[in-house]
Design a protein around this ligand. Sequence first.
Ligand code: PEP
Length: 257
Amino acid sequence: MNRRYRKTIIAGNWKMNKTLTETKAFAEAFKPLLNRPKWCEVVLCVPYVNLQAAIRLFKDSKVSIGAESCHYESTGAFTGEVSPEMLKDIGVKYVIIGHSERRQYYNETDVTVNKKVKAALEAGLQPIICVGESLEQREMGVTMDLISYQVRCALSGVPAEKMRKVVFAYEPIWAIGTGKTATSAEAQEVCEGIRTIIRKKYGARVARSVTIQYGGSMNPKNAFELLSQPDVDGGLIGGASLKPDQFMDIINAANQE
Ligand code: PEP
């Protein structure tokens, strides 16, 4: 983390978990634990149907609410989809774009990721752009080539002045939901690499202001070490964000001096 230049963001990704009743129960248990996070912003990305309830439930807290995806058009004949404008209109602040599960199961490509990033920024949302390699790609030694391609595609046509709103999440696919975590050195190496790509495109001032998270089986035990790396500015957390005490422990790790 480098708190001088950029925000630390701890974000939960609930995926397809929690009914409305369970969302309310989480808020009831979590809010009393949340003793004014000093350094980091806390975000919960929840299923579309529970966004409005989550916004209401966390209205008077420090928690911002995010969606887990969006379409790239603002209106139209796209049955089942939700536009960035719709999300912004109800008070959503962040949106995850290009999560590996969307890439794997729902045909998300680097081209659609780019369209969604631009549409989200246009609507006034902050995209959390996920990039990451598979185990095979890591073993082939092409991790940074792939990450560079994903980052450059995602940012194609994004002007420098919008970069203040952009968040990246480095999520090695082999670490998501598997209990396997990248070492802090591996996480640092790729997060630093992402910052270098941003620096080459936008210059040093923009690069040092962008929050770059790590995601992949982050938990209360490994959070502090991962977050201590200079270019790891937060976490995108799946499993551990479903449990109020575990999520809070990760936030506390980010808040340590
Ligand atoms: C994720 O879904 O973005 C994620 C990192 O999941 P988990 O923490 O469960 O690995």
